[in-house]
Design a protein around this ligand. Structure first.
Ligand SMILES: Cc1cc2nc3c(=O)[nH]c(=O)nc-3n(C[C@H](O)[C@H](O)[C@H](O)COP(=O)(O)OP(=O)(O)OC[C@H]3O[C@@H](n4cnc5c(N)ncnc54)[C@H](O)[C@@H]3O)c2cc1C
Ligand code: SF4
Ligand code: SF4
Length: 406
């Protein structure tokens, strides 16, 4: 399959990996729905495209561990001991604290992670952070598309330096795809941290929210979360005027209405392929999170030996504070959406195939086993809902192209 077909099949996550090292006029652009897609005006896609494209290929390697939560060597709730890092982080700033520790202890030379472009808070891309200050500056979630593999990324494997890569689970899937093809990537990126991910909202999501909140100018600054837990969405205009919304209103009512279609069939929103995965340990005595503001905490799941060593060493160094260890079963209550979602994917793939769309290559995610957990009635609803949404979209597209000029 070629990138054009991946885009047509609504599987392109806009990561930028297929542009390759020499773009020759190719670039990432925004499509009509507000998602990034590659435009091939020059040379064609990068070599080995089908094996590395994360929209098309995800492979967890050999499945081991818990049937829902995957391989876990430990399960803990922690936070950054530095109050600034904790405050700036989406959850407890633990991801940033681990990354800072990896640089300062010499485990890696720098950290690769997403931030917004200087001067444009709506454009997100990968950066190299060399210091604690840089890492902390780019802490917190950006609920929007991001170019996670810009063309300069390819040159990193020739530098002889080592990096820790922080990304969404599909970004870590892309790293694993590269490492399977070329071992130099394993030396270049010896450590990966995935943030839990329920889906990537489009750029339209942010602009709709800003409009809803009544900011009358182009934003000079946009923060989605952090500065508290879960923290407010905040947009500041050029003249200093500010609008904000709490997490339920921002993510719960607006941003999550604009998720990428590929995210609805994502086999790994919980960082199964990473060395360490991180999410929100939502307090959920009622069975569902209440999202009340409080000091930040991060749920950490070290998944590999190197991930476990990294977290242990950050705890020993005191950059990470342990709130408590927990049994993996407790995560069910903290992340009910992620728990249920794994069971839905196989059914959604059936709905997708019935609607005439291609199925990505998902290997070793135990999706059929997970599907047994949700039952046939609920599964059928998932399959039918997916079919309806995709058929509806296709019919709408056909009507639009038919009557566009009349
Ligand atoms: C699109 C999206 C969906 C999410 N869905 C969930 C969910 O369902 N459940 C849940 O528990 N948590 C979710 N999160 C993650 C969560 O918000 C926290 O990032 C995580 O709990 C770690 O918190 P922290 O304070 O330790 O991380 P921080 O110290 O704040 O570090 C966060 C890191 O994430 C990186 N990052 C931010 N945005 C992006 C992006 N768009 N793409 C790649 N990397 C990025 C930053 O560069 C930073 O290094 C989501 C985040 C995003 C961006
Ligand atoms: S490599 Fe990334 S940008 Fe290219 S088609 Fe695949 S998901 Fe899209
Ligand atoms: S839901 Fe899955 S595919 Fe979508 S952005 Fe998150 S990790 Fe990637």
């Amino acid at each position: 399959m070629k990138p054009d077909e991946v885009i047509r099949q609504r599987m392109c996550l806009g990561c930028g990996l297929c542009l390759g090292p020499e773009t020759h006029g190719n670039s990432m652009q925004c499509d009509e729905d507000g998602f990034l897609v590659p435009r091939f005006d020059g040379r064609r896609e990068s070599p080995g495209f089908e094996s590395i494209c994360p929209g098309l290929t995800q492979n967890s390697g050999r499945w081991s561990g818990h049937p829902v939560w995957g391989g876990v060597r430990d399960c803990l709730i922690a936070y950054a001991s530095d109050p600034v890092v904790r405050f700036r982080g989406s959850s407890g700033g633990a991801v940033s604290a681990i990354a800072i520790h990896a640089i300062e202890s010499g485990l890696v030379d720098a950290v690769l992670h997403v931030g917004h472009q200087p001067g444009d808070p709506l454009k997100n891309e990968l950066f190299i952070s060399n210091s604690a200050g840089d890492v902390s500056l780019r802490a917190s979630s950006r609920y929007a598309p991001a170019v996670t593999f810009p063309p300069w990324f390819w040159a990193l494997k020739e530098t002889g330096k080592r990096y820790l890569y922080i990304g969404k689970p599909c970004d870590i899937g892309a790293i694993r795809n590269l490492q399977r093809l070329d071992d130099r990537w394993s030396k270049t990126i010896p450590l990966t941290v995935a943030i839990f991910c329920a889906g990537m909202p489009s750029m339209k999501a942010t602009s709709t929210l800003i409009e809803k909140l009544g900011l009358g100018s182009v934003p000079a600054s946009v923060r989605y979360r952090g500065e508290g837990w879960p923290g407010r969405f905040r947009a500041i205009g050029a003249g200093g005027e500010e609008v904000s919304a709490d997490y339920s209103e921002s993510w719960g009512s607006t941003l999550n209405q604009f998720l990428h279609p590929r995210c609805h069939i994502c086999p790994d929103g919980i960082g199964i392929q990473a060395d360490v995965a991180a999410g929100d340990p939502w307090d959920s005595s009622s069975g569902y999170p209440d999202f009340a503001e409080r000091p930040g905490l991060t749920l950490l799941l070290p998944r590999t030996g190197s991930g476990e060593d990294l977290v242990k060493s950050a705890l020993l160094a005191g950059v990470l504070v342990l709130e408590r260890r927990l049994a993996i079963g407790e995560v069910d209550k903290m992340q009910p959406y992620q728990r249920d979602r794994r069971g839905r994917i196989a059914y959604r793939l059936i709905g997708r195939a019935s609607a005439g769309y291609a199925i990505p290559r998902f290997r070793n995610f135990r999706l059929i086993q997970a599907a047994r957990e949700i039952g046939a009635v609920s599964g059928f609803r998932q399959a039918f809902g997916t079919w309806l949404r995709l058929r509806g979209r296709r019919i709408l597209g056909q009507l639009r192209s038919r009557f566009w000029w009349r």
